[in-house]
Structure formats: C-alpha cells, structure tokens
Design a protein around this ligand. Structure first.
Ligand code: PMP
Length: 382
C-alpha cells in the first residue's frame, strides 16, 4: 500500500498523498460540476482562476518581484534548454557546466546558436579529474569579458551528480549587467531564492511541485520587451523561435496561447498552496536542511564503506549520491531497502551508485527511517 512505501526516486517524484486524494476526486467530478477537471475548457473562468491562483502561489512562495512574468509551459526542463536560447538571442552565453544537466543545456545552446556564441566558462568534470562532484572555485571561472551582453547559465541543482550551488555565485552578483539564467528543476521550492538576481529561472514540475511535463518559467519583463524584432533576427541570421517557445507570446496570453493541461496546473497549485499554509519556503528550507544533514551524517559515520561522490560545499540537499565499497554491496543495499519499503535508491544509469532523492514530499519520518537503515547496513557489513 502507498502508506508502506517511502519513495526516494529522482523524478517523477512522489506527490503528497493528500493532494492526490483531492486530485482523484477532481479528475472525476471537479467541484461538483459533473465534469472532471481535465475535461473543462482551458478558456473557462474556472480554469482561468486555477492558472491565476497557481501563478500567485508561485509568486508568494518565491516573493517574485512585480517586474517578472510567470509562465506555465509544457515540454519539461529539457524544452527550456532550447527555450532560454531562443528567448535570449543576441546575448553571448557563458555556461557553468557542473553536471550532466548543465552539460546538456550547453550542448543545446551550441547546437541552436552556434558554438562560437557559447563559452563553457566552467567545466567541472575536467577540473575535478574526470568526474563531476565539485563546483570549481569562482576565481577559476573563465567568464566572458564584461563589455559584451552576456547571460550566464547554471543549473542550481544537478540531479544526477548530486551537486548544488550553496548560494548565488558572488562573482555573478558583483556584475549587475550580466543576465543570469538558472535551471531549478530539482530544487525549486526547497529553499528561499532572491529572484531579483535572475533574468530567467525555469523548472520542470515533477520533483518538488507537480506532475511531469508541466514547466514553469519566471522571466524579467524588460528582457521580453527588449527582444530583437523578427526583421533584425532575419537580418542577423539568428534562429527564429517556434511560437510555443516564445516567452513573450505566452506571457501576453497568460500561459493560455494554446491548450494548457489545467489538471497538472491544478496539482501544482494545490501543492504550492499547501506549502504556503505550512510556513512557506523558510520552513521548507529548514526541513530540507535538517533531512539532508541527517542523511549525510549517517553516511559520514561509516567512511570505510560509504564514499560520498561530492565534496562539502557542493553537496546537494536534494540528491545525495554515494558509492558503497565492496563487491555487490550496492545491489544488496538497494534490495534490502526495497524489502523495507524504501524504493527508488538506484543511482542514475549513467553514473551508477546510490542516489537518495530528498525532495519536499519526503517526510522527516522517511528521512529518519532511511538514515537509520544506512547506519544499520554499515554496522552489519563491517
Ligand atoms: N534539469 C534538471 C536539473 C533535471 O533534473 C532534469 C530531469 N531530471 C531536467 C532538466 C530535464 O527535465 P525533463 O525530463 O522534464 O525534460
């Protein structure tokens, strides 16, 4: 049964049971309308209010300033690897590559805009002896010179590699002209963020917010206003954004340029409203920190068996990645955990090992149970 499982998968992640219980009613007969929510017109007043409430909830949680737009889109985090490039044409692009997701984003930027527009300012894999796990010191970053119009892109939390920026990079904060773009797919709503430091933030919903496919974009309005015209784009040979990637069109239409999956927006809205009622991101930050501290402490207590793949200062609170020394022990760890109702612990297929995903829906009880299991497993394999 659902109550017996603690699921630590990296995404899609578990959603709060209370929200799913309400969703199961809503998909059959939403608010007694006789229609399921997925059957209502996205143009109806009822659905319009759901979108507005979802936007307002995100604005409340992240204290998003008034000069920003919030757009709900489809296509997942990956679609925004292309989206940010299409919407920031004309800027030089600095990518901080600290894991596989920022690597993929930088590859897409090169593919769309041309390699000559893209500077990989950080290659953490190269800097760290061939594997990700450490964010290189800021004074080693090779950022493009200031005279140009530049955006710097980073992935706030690298889901596969377990690397998270501990705070907004100082060197980027010092240069106010430089635009900053961040992928927060796997840590959004787990801590407070000063949105005013960013030009664009995007996130796929399926870890901390909602269901797969729904994608959120937060963008500063002046960027939309200053985009090159179609004529300029054509004259300069810049690629033309497909209409569904055009933030300006979507913002102008309140995310309803085409048929938005309102049922998914509703789930995200319910999750966010519950977060607000539960004390907002200040509270969530405290809980996330406490859960991840306990899990790392359990691993650090037995360094002879557990090898955490990331260094302190770069460690993710959301995705805790480690190896277990000893023939066959990783498989055994996963198998025994599954037997005890703790699932989803296998590392990403590209890197192996173990990965604990500690998203918002992981309860403190779940984190405690896993931490105790980590300690017991080490004890019995001395
Ligand atoms: N960015 C990050 C940080 C991710 O973790 C993921 C997916 N795990 C993506 C982007 C890609 O998201 P999607 O699968 O929704 O395209």
């Amino acid at each position: 049964a659902r109550e017996e499982i603690f699921h630590f998968g990296a995404g899609p992640a578990r959603l709060p049971t209370s929200v799913l219980a309400r969703a199961s009613v809503s998909i059959l007969n939403h608010e007694d309308t006789g229609l399921g929510l997925a059957e209502h017109s996205h143009r109806s007043a009822l659905c319009g209010k759901i979108v507005t409430d979802a936007v307002d909830s995100l604005k409340t949680l992240l204290s998003i300033p008034d000069d920003y737009s919030v757009i709900f889109m489809q296509g997942g985090g990956t679609s925004q690897f292309s989206g940010v490039v299409y919407n920031l044409l004309g800027y030089w692009m600095d990518y901080l590559v600290t894991g596989v997701w920022s690597q993929k984003a930088s590859e897409e930027a090169s593919r769309l805009a041309g390699e000559w527009m893209v500077n990989v300012a950080v290659n953490a894999k190269e800097a760290n002896g061939g594997k990700y796990g450490k964010i290189p010191a800021e004074d080693t970053w090779k950022l493009t010179e200031k005279e140009k119009s530049i955006f710097t892109y980073f992935c706030d939390n690298e889901t596969v590699d377990g690397v998270e920026f501990p705070a907004f990079p100082t060197v980027l904060a010092q240069d106010k002209e430089r635009l900053v773009v961040a992928d927060m797919s796997s840590n959004i709503l787990s801590r407070r963020v000063d949105v005013s430091k960013y030009a664009v933030i995007f996130a796929g919903a399926q870890k901390n917010v909602g269901t797969t496919g729904l994608t959120m974009v937060i963008i500063r309005n002046d960027i939309l206003a200053n985009q090159p015209t179609l004529q300029t784009q054509r004259a300069l040979g810049l690629p033309i954004q497909p209409i569904m990637f055009d933030y300006k069109t979507l913002a102008k239409n309140g995310s309803l340029y085409n048929t938005l999956p309102i049922f998914d927006v509703w789930i995200a809205k319910e999750v966010m409203q519950d977060l607000i009622a539960g004390g907002g991101l200040e509270k969530q930050e405290e809980i996330s920190g406490r859960k991840s501290d306990k899990l790392y402490a359990a691993l650090e207590a037995s360094p002879e068996i557990y090898k955490i793949v990331t260094v302190p200062g770069s460690r993710s609170r959301m995705n805790i990645c480690y190896r277990i020394s000893g023939e066959g022990l990783e498989d055994e760890f996963v198998k025994l955990a599954t037997k005890q109702g703790m699932t989803g612990l296998k590392g990403h297929r590209s890197v192996g090992g173990i990965r604990i995903s500690n998203y918002n829906s992981i309860t403190e009880e779940g984190a405690d149970k896993l931490a105790a299991y980590i300690r017991e497993f080490a004890e019995s394999h001395k």
